[in-house]
Design a protein around this ligand. Structure first.
Ligand code: HEM
Length: 402
């Protein structure tokens, strides 16, 4: 881990709602006692990739079979769909193993999570999109991986594919036969395996990574991204005072635990409780956050794409909202221009808007309609991708950023 000042880590951790921060100078020491496997062992997740998937995808890439796989995958959408015909036999055998929920998945909790996602949908669109999405650009390895992989050259399409994942996860039937999430997860897992094979062949990526043998997207990296999504959103909802029953909190975590399993993360790394997740996040995510030229560029592109939609607010407001949900430190790293008038509106208006929406205050706040339009426009951006003809399927890349 980078040698960052403890003070900076603490400040950022607090701003992101990520609780206690371990000493970032120390090697990985998160005990798996607090994981789903509950084994009191310490394994470094940055040295664990996806042995079940990586060699298979590498050989499909080397044999030029991925374009045909992508074509066959076009008709493979719902969890209940039969595996498509015409896939290489090795891939079919692999998918028969992994295209199922883990034995510990609890369907009652998954159904509760779907209800919770529905109730929280407006906040989820906002926080996944402007919070997690932009936070991914200050996770250096992720920012660089995305920048130098094929998707880095077309962020609009990449963002749309990521929306597909979020939409499929948050859908009411996400884990049921009519839902899409298990299939989408498997396509994503295969995509990650392809990136592990392809990115080390990119001269541009070699130019920015210290270790020439470095393989991207380890279990550790995926855990970090989970914390920038689930743990971050959970922390923000809590800090905004939104009511969540303990069953809802457990269900929302469970949905992410299953999602991590489907992406190939080992059970001994998956936090068993929100307390363990927060601790792991503070330990693994917060100290790694840092700006990179690639991340600054990606954030600009992403915010530029968002600003193309009529959000009913100025670009200055959008920048300040990102600062508000992610901290000024991150806003400064990403060089988001200041707009102190917009910030004043947000500081006062957003808590009042949330309190009113949640029935915690009877007073309609003065900026209600502006915030409401903003939140709804972001939701439409998300939903349009998920429901309209522009639904963007996930395809396995065959090359890097040109
Ligand atoms: C691709 C989700 C972790 C790097 C994708 C895609 C999804 C996704 C949905 C397919 C969309 C696309 O092809 O653009 C996730 C989730 C994660 C996670 C839910 C963790 C919870 C990571 C991490 C890294 C990473 C940790 C890197 C450190 C990439 C790259 C691509 C990709 C480079 C391929 C982009 C391309 O097409 O060239 N991911 N990801 N992901 N992901 Fe992830």
């Amino acid at each position: 881990m980078q040698n960052l000042s403890r003070r900076r880590v603490l400040t950022l951790g607090a701003a992101l709602g990520l609780a206690t921060v371990a000493d970032p100078a120390k090697a990985w020491a998160w005990s798996s006692a607090d994981s789903l496997a509950a084994t009191d062992t310490v394994t470094d997740p940055w040295s664990v990739w996806d042995d079940a998937t990586d060699p298979l995808v590498a050989s499909l890439l080397d044999n030029g079979q991925i374009p045909a796989v992508n074509t066959a995958f076009e008709s493979w959408i719902s969890n209940g769909d039969a595996l498509p015909a015409g896939l290489p036999a090795t891939l079919t055998a692999y998918l028969q193993q992994v295209n199922v929920l883990p034995s510990w998945a609890d369907r009652t909790k998954l159904a509760q999570a779907a209800q919770f996602n529905k109730r929280m949908s407006m906040y989820l669109f906002l926080l996944y999109g402007l919070g997690s999405g932009i936070m991914s650009t200050v996770i250096p390895r992720e920012a660089r991986n995305v920048y130098y992989s094929a998707g880095g050259a077309d962020m609009q399409s990449r963002a749309a594919k990521t929306f597909t994942y979020g939409y499929d996860l948050s859908a009411a039937d996400a884990f049921q036969p009519t839902g899409h999430f298990v299939v989408t997860s498997n396509k994503t897992r295969l995509t990650h395996a392809a990136v592990r094979h392809l990115l080390p062949q990119s001269p541009a990526w070699h130019g920015v990574t210290n270790d020439q043998d470095f393989r991207p997207i380890s279990n550790g990296d995926i855990l970090i991204t989970f914390h920038s999504l689930g743990t971050y959103v959970y922390g923000k909802l809590s800090s905004w005072g939104i009511r969540m029953s303990s069953a809802e909190q457990a269900a929302y975590l469970h949905q992410w635990q299953v999602a991590l399993h489907l992406l190939g993360v080992r059970d001994d790394f998956i936090p068993a409780s929100w307390a363990a997740a927060k601790q792991q996040s503070a330990y693994a995510l917060t100290p790694l956050l840092a700006p990179t030229p690639e991340g600054i560029d990606l954030a600009n592109v992403l915010l530029g794409l968002t600003a193309q939609i009529d959000l009913g607010v100025t670009r200055g407001f959008l920048n300040e909202f990102v600062r508000y949900v992610l901290s000024d430190k991150i806003g400064d790293w990403l060089r988001l221009p200041r707009d102190l008038i917009a910030r004043g509106l947000i500081e006062v208006g957003w808590p009042a808007y949330v309190a009113f929406r949640e029935g915690l205050s009877p007073i309609v706040p003065s900026g209600f309609s502006m915030f409401d339009q903003f939140v709804r426009a972001l939701a439409m951006l998300f939903l349009n991708n998920g429901t309209s003809a522009s639904y963007t399927p996930i395809t396995i890349p065959t090359g890097n950023r040109p």
